[in-house]
Design a protein around this ligand. Structure first.
Ligand SMILES: [Zn+2]
Ligand SMILES: [Zn+2]
Ligand SMILES: [Zn+2]
Ligand SMILES: [Zn+2]
Length: 462
C-alpha cells in the first residue's frame, strides 16, 4: 500500500506575493497522474475489513469517463458488489438540516445547541467533548466565526458547509492520498463557496497559499463526488454529506445496472440491479431514476458538467414511460406532447395525436407550472388532501405519466410508509397500493431491475 498517488505540488507555492483569494484555483485541474492501479491500491486500503477475498469488480479506464468500475466475472442481479464506509461525512448544511448534532446527528434542542467550547458549531453535550470533535473545534475557534449572536444562536450554513472539507485535513495520510487521487471539477462556483465561507470568519487563513490551494481542491473533490446519504437517528431522518470514493468512481447511466443505498449515512452498499456480464462496466445513477430525460440532463449539466449518452437518453418515449409528456395545447386535442429531439436541452415538442409542434419555451413554462403547482401541494397538504389532489385535480392539467405527478405519488407512498404513523382508511391504503403498482410498472418498463427505488417501495430496504 505504499504506492501513494500524489498530485504534483502546487505551482509557485510559497514565493511571490500572490496570496489573494482571487489567485486561487489557478492550477486546480483534476489530478490526472493517478493510474487506475494506484487508485485501486488506495481504495483497497480504504476498504479495510470490508475488502473482499476475490472481488467481482476492478477499477480500470472507462470509455464513458476517465475511469470506472468493471465486472471481473459474470454478476447476477441482486448480487453484492461491494460495501464501503464513508471516508468522511459532514452536514449538508441545507436549511432545515441545521439543528442536528454534526457528530451524532441527533436533533438538538431549539436553543442552547451550539458547542459549549464556543466553536459555534451545532454539537450536542456529549459530542462537544468527544475526540471526533476536538480538532475541528480548535480550527473553528482559531478562525473566529463572525456574527455569532449569542441570543439568536444562528448557525451560518456557509461556515457549516466548509466543515466536511476541514475534516478532510484531519484524515490519515493514506486517506488524504485517496482524496487527492479523486477527480474534481475546477468550478468557479467552488471558489465562491470558499470565499463566502472565509467571510464568515475573522481569522480565516486566506493568505496561507498552500492551505487555500488544498482547500480549493478538497472542496472540488467533495462537490464532484460526495453523496447525500440519509441517516436515521432517534425518530428522525437527516441527510449527511458523505464521501464514498469507490461508489463515486462508478460512472453514471440513467437506468444503471447497479444500485447503491446507504445504511445510517455511513455505509454504502452496492448490488447488481441487473445481470452484468464479465468485463461490463458497473454503473450507478447520479440523478433520480424517475426524472424525465430533460430534467436528468439539466441536472447532470449543472452539477456534473456532462451530457449523458446512454440508450435511455436517446429515446424520446423513454422506453414508453412518457415521463416527459405534457398535454397538447391545441384546442380539442388532449394528446401527449413529447420532445422531438433527444440529447438537447431545448428540443421542439410534438403532439403524438395531432402532430402539432410546439417550441420548447412554451412547453418548459407549462412543465414549470405543473412542477410548482404539484410541489406547493406536497409541501402544504395532508396525505388525504394529497390523494384527492392527485386523483381529482392533477388529471386536468398533467398526464398521469409525467414525472412530477409520479414524484407526488412517491411522496404519498413515503409519507404513508416511512414517516407518518397515522391510521389510514382501506380506501387510502388502496390508492397507495395503486400508486405503488404504477411506479413498479414504470421501473419495469425502464428495465431498472432490482434498483434501490424498487427495494424501498417494496420495503426490502429501509
Ligand atoms: Zn452529538
Ligand atoms: Zn466545538
Ligand atoms: Zn442517460
Ligand atoms: Zn395534439
Amino acid at each position: 500500500m505504499s504506492a501513494a498517488a500524489q498530485c504534483p505540488p502546487p505551482r509557485g507555492g510559497g514565493g511571490g506575493g500572490d496570496t489573494t483569494l482571487a489567485a486561487l484555483g489557478a492550477h486546480m485541474a483534476p489530478c490526472r497522474d493517478t493510474t487506475p492501479e494506484q487508485l485501486a491500491q488506495l481504495i483497497d486500503a480504504h476498504l479495510g475489513d470490508l475488502r473482499q477475498e476475490q472481488p467481482n469488480w476492478t477499477i480500470s479506464s472507462s470509455t464513458v469517463a476517465g475511469r470506472g468500475v468493471f465486472a471481473t466475472r459474470d454478476i447476477a442481479a441482486g448480487e453484492l458488489i461491494f460495501q464501503e464506509r464513508a471516508l468522511v461525512t459532514g452536514p449538508t448544511a441545507r436549511k432545515g438540516q441545521l439543528s442536528s448534532c454534526i457528530c451524532c446527528h441527533e436533533t438538538l434542542p431549539q436553543t442552547g445547541f451550539l458547542c459549549r467550547h464556543r466553536c459555534t458549531l451545532p454539537v450536542c453535550e456529549t459530542c462537544a467533548d468527544s475526540e471526533e470533535h476536538q480538532a475541528e473545534c480548535e480550527h473553528f475557534r482559531r478562525w473566529q466565526p463572525k456574527d455569532v449572536d449569542a441570543e439568536q444562536e444562528q448557525v451560518n450554513p456557509l461556515s457549516l458547509r466548509i466543515l466536511t472539507a476541514v475534516r478532510v485535513f484531519h484524515l490519515g495520510k493514506e486517506q488524504r492520498h485517496l482524496v487527492d487521487a479523486m477527480q474534481a471539477n475546477a468550478e468557479r462556483a467552488y471558489r465562491r463557496e470558499i470565499i463566502q465561507a472565509a467571510q464568515c470568519f475573522r481569522n480565516f487563513p486566506t493568505t496561507d497559499r498552500v492551505f487555500m490551494d488544498q482547500l480549493f481542491r478538497i472542496v472540488g473533490v467533495l462537490n464532484t463526488n460526495a453523496f447525500e446519504a440519509p441517516c436515521r437517528s432517534g425518530g428522525h431522518e437527516t441527510l449527511l454529506r458523505g464521501l464514498f470514493p469507490l461508489t463515486a468512481i462508478m460512472n453514471h447511466e440513467c437506468t444503471p445496472n447497479a444500485s447503491h443505498y446507504f445504511e445510517n449515512g455511513r455505509l454504502a452498499v452496492v448490488r447488481a440491479a441487473r445481470d452484468i456480464p464479465k468485463g461490463g462496466e458497473i454503473t450507478t445513477t447520479y440523478t433520480k431514476i424517475l426524472w424525465s430525460n430533460l430534467t436528468r440532463n439539466i441536472f447532470l449539466k449543472m452539477t456534473k458538467h456532462f451530457a449523458c449518452d446512454c440508450a435511455r437518453c436517446h429515446d424520446n418515449t423513454e422506453n414508453g414511460t412518457y415521463l416527459s409528456a405534457l398535454f397538447c395545447r391545441e384546442q380539442g386535442c388532449r394528446g401527449l406532447v413529447i420532445p422531438v429531439q433527444t440529447r438537447t436541452l431545448q428540443p421542439d415538442w410534438r403532439c403524438i395525436t395531432c402532430e402539432n409542434v410546439f417550441p420548447h419555451a412554451k412547453m418548459a413554462k407549462y412543465q414549470d407550472f405543473a412542477l410548482n403547482t404539484i410541489n406547493n401541494r406536497i409541501n402544504s397538504c395532508s396525505v388525504q388532501d394529497m390523494i384527492h389532489f392527485i386523483n381529482e385535480l392533477c388529471p386536468r392539467f398533467c398526464p398521469s405519466s409525467n414525472y412530477v405527478l409520479i414524484e407526488a405519488k412517491l411522496n404519498v407512498i413515503w409519507r404513508m410508509t416511512r414517516f407518518d404513523h397515522e391510521e389510514y382508511t382501506p380506501e387510502e391504503l388502496g390508492h397507495m397500493d395503486r400508486y405503488r403498482e404504477e411506479v413498479l410498472a414504470i421501473l419495469h418498463k425502464l428495465g431498472a431491475g432490482e434498483c434501490t427505488l424498487k427495494k424501498l417501495i417494496t420495503g426490502e430496504i429501509q
